[in-house]
Design a protein around this ligand. Sequence first.
Ligand code: GLU
Length: 413
Amino acid sequence: MDNPWQIAQKQFDVTAEMIGLEDWLRRLLREPKKVIVVSVPVRMDNGNVKVFEGYRVQHSTARGPAKGGIRYHPDANLDEVKALSMWMTWKCAVVDIPFGGGKGGIRCDFKSMSHGELERMTRRYTLEIAGIIGPTKDIPAPDVGTDSQIMAWIMDTYSAVTGNYIPAVVTGKPLQIGGSEGRKEATGKGVYFTILSYFKHKKQSIKGKKVVIQGFGNAGKYAALLLEKDGFTIIGISDSTGAIYNPKGIKINKLIETKERTKSVVDYKDAEKISGSGIFEIETDVLIPAALESVINVENADKIHAKVICEAANGPVTTEADSILKDRKITVIPDILANAGGVIVSYFEWVQNLQGYYWTKEEVDTRLKFLMEKAFNKVIHTAEERNVSLRTAALMIAVDRVALATKLRGIYS
Ligand code: GLU
């Protein structure tokens, strides 16, 4: 079972059973509140019109407006977006920020599109979803394949359509037009705080601990930089073009410079090239999947030689793999906790936009650390108290909070 929506629903069903959730809440929360699928016609540079399929799903708005990124990817599809939107609901709840969960996407080969094509597609998509997004309804953000420039186009199109300057409609914007200090590195920084909290809890020193990272996008890159600075040794890294391995450590700044130049991590000189799938088999203390869903599955869960897996990506471990890893005593720090740094700083960006008052990077970082550590401690204590995995503990806390909000508000939420 590698379909993320089936995985998300299965996780929910198991959690609902564990916390004894009422039947009507099970039926309500196992489906999204709102789903829209839109056609996005775009005039391409060669003069032809291409029609892309776009999505926006709002899973829950019980605790606040829907919140979650927009993904551009050739494999984006409705089931994936539904799963990601449900995970956003749990993520915002487990770190206790006042949002529900949403997600969007466009099925497109974004890497082959020009700047102009991407702009026209983004603006046309924004127009289609303009009626259901907004600072008090649903607030998009970057995800795989989207960045601050794309958020700027969404903000601009939405502001033009509504006739008002509305920066709080979207987060992850460039600093110059209402973005927040620290948003760019927030997901990676959250992953880093989580790993530090984990070893602190285990009373283990972090010096020389080995780390392998699958995926070298925004989250993987900043996590790598921060972990390296603290004395972790990053021994393996992959991206969509392949993987590299050096037991003595990969120099992250040098790798960033190589990747910027050649678009690939495999051009890094001081490491052995290994296969993309080989990245999962390296013996390491920490493995960080930081790309897409379902990459750790029945095929490779037996071959993993990590002590801890920290999920920087959303949904990287399938349900079957989760139980194999549990049997093998490999700890998994779940996505909804580990990668929540991004949406936490998105929350700070939204607050700053609504107030028109901006914080320093130090203020952002201190508040991010506080919320991440608080959530981590709550999850680890629940897991120990109830003798369940960290994923189950995080889901139990999250589903419980969302269910309570839904009960308090009633069936219109
Ligand atoms: N796409 C990111 C996530 O999956 C960030 C979402 C947000 O900032 O709203 O958590």
